[in-house]
Design a protein around this ligand. Structure first.
Ligand code: TRP
Length: 461
């Protein structure tokens, strides 16, 4: 069988940008920027995206493009059958399984909120009522599990359609809509009184709240938001023809992702400020603050439908890329049909995600998991959902990113790497810069994250 390919190179950029732009941009980035005081955090994040995220993205897409294989097969081809480097690919498949299991839960909440918005449920809602609605959503097993399963079914359906007819087509439809919705909401936010204040919050230099932990959070988030570290970009790269441009594509994806994250801030914060709410609301920024703000706004219900619809679309173009990592492993390595691979992986992930969907309610595992995870991971990690998120975002993705960077920079022979990088144009200085970042900066930065987590950084600096 010949390998599936993108219909066009632009189709790849759209699909990969669709993967990058997701809950990470619209839900997570604004709230962590809010918690870390805004401006300075945003700046640090931008630096990490350019110097760490972009070089790793180029490495991932390149490994996929040159081997035309999904992560495990790609590492096996480049490193040899029994090489321990194949573990980087295996870690990626496992991480993809874990990420999607809770990602789909949040996406499910957004689906539920889209329906609530359409019913006008947020009109005139006060903060306490809004918090109660969110509590009910995350806390009711029926709603949370039902929408989680619905979202997983949607994801499976797209992936079953294949690279061109499923993933690429979905991205072609959803991404332009997503930008349109962003612009409509930005226009709305622009005319609220809080716009100037939000601009200052996001782009002003507020260094007072930025801590070491915040800097490391920015680094971790730069992986998550660019879909790096688990072989997602590698898999999408494996559907590119060998002559497709590497650098320009990667830059386009990175810029699009960053623009959407900043736009999301300039939508959420003006609205939040205008209606007298707090920027540091945490995960509730989207699900508690926004409904209150939108509910007071003239025409708020329509904008609420657009806003939560936007979140769902963004999440869907990302979730398909995560499921594709697991599915392509089953297809390439196990010889399964795409249909069987997508459905089996989807069902397994959906079931595995049920405890995450229940995390808001009970303490399904009771205080057991709560106290255990608090002990192991720290105070903020109190449910199954948090445990999985923490494990993946803070450990597996950086570890995978480190593996990919080290492999690409030190293990792939210089001749082949140089040739691959320069396939379309000869860019010697860009190559040198890329090598510098990948060889030194990336490993040092990621090592710093791990040392800090183990509580060792303070002893050195
Ligand atoms: N980047 C997406 C977001 O910001 C999520 C995502 C898709 C992802 N694929 C990934 C995260 C691979 C980590 C790894 O929401």
């Amino acid at each position: 069988m010949t390998r599936a390919h993108w219909g066009t190179r632009f189709g790849f950029v759209l699909a990969a940008a669709g993967s990058a732009v997701g809950l990470g941009n619209i839900w997570k980035f604004p709230y962590i920027a809010g918690q870390n005081g805004g401006g300075a955090f945003v700046l640090v994040y931008l630096v990490f995206v350019a110097t760490i995220g972009l070089p790793i993205m180029v490495a991932e897409v390149m490994i996929g493009r040159t081997t035309q294989k999904s992560p495990i097969g790609a590492f096996r081809e480049l490193a040899g059958r029994r090489s321990p480097w194949t573990l980087v690919g295996a870690l990626g498949v496992l991480a993809a399984f874990l990420v999607l299991s809770y990602y789909a839960v949040v996406a499910g909440w957004a689906m539920h909120y889209t329906v609530l918005s359409a019913r006008g449920a947020f009109a005139g809602e006060d903060p306490a009522a809004s918090a109660a609605v969110f509590g009910e959503t995350a806390g009711s097993s029926g709603i949370s599990i039902g929408w989680h399963l619905a979202f997983m079914a949607l994801t499976v359906w797209v992936v079953m359609g294949g690279v061109q007819k499923g993933i690429e087509r979905a991205s072609r439809i959803l991404m332009p809509l997503l930008f349109l919705m962003l612009l409509v909401l930005l226009g709305k936010a622009f005319f609220t009184e809080g716009f100037g204040k939000a601009g200052d919050f996001v782009f002003g230099s507020h260094t007072d709240k930025l801590t070491t932990a915040g800097v490391l959070e920015a680094l971790g988030h730069s992986f998550f938001t660019l879909s790096l570290g688990l072989g997602g970009m590698l898999t999408y790269g494996s559907y590119l023809d060998r002559k497709a441009d590497l650098l320009r594509g990667s830059i386009a994806i990175t810029v699009l992702d960053t623009v959407v994250a900043l736009l999301a801030c300039m939508i959420l914060f003006p609205i939040t400020f205008s209606y007298g709410m707090e920027p540091a609301a945490g995960p509730g920024l989207v699900f508690v603050n926004m409904p209150v703000a939108l509910g007071q706004m003239p025409g708020g219900s329509a904008f609420a439908v657009i806003f939560f619809g936007l979140v769902v679309f963004a999440a869907l173009t990302s979730s398909i890329s995560i499921l594709e990592v697991v599915a392509s492993y089953l297809i390439d390595e196990r010889g399964w049909t795409r249909r069987r691979a997508a459905i089996s992986a989807g069902v397994a992930i959906a079931i595995f995600g049920i405890p995450s969907a229940l995390s808001g309610s009970t303490h399904l595992f009771g205080e057991g998991v709560g106290s255990w995870s608090r002990g192991v991971f720290g105070e903020s990690v109190t449910s199954w959902f948090d445990v999985v998120d923490h494990l993946v975002s803070n450990w597996m993705l950086p570890l995978g990113g480190m593996g990919i960077a080290l492999f690409c920079a030190w293990r792939i022979p210089e001749g082949r790497r140089f040739e691959e990088f320069n396939r379309t144009r000869r860019l010697v200085n860009a190559y040198r810069a890329w090598m510098f970042f990948l060889r030194f900066l990336v490993p040092v930065a990621i090592a710093a994250v791990f040392l800090n987590k183990l509580g060792l950084l303070d002893r050195f600096v």
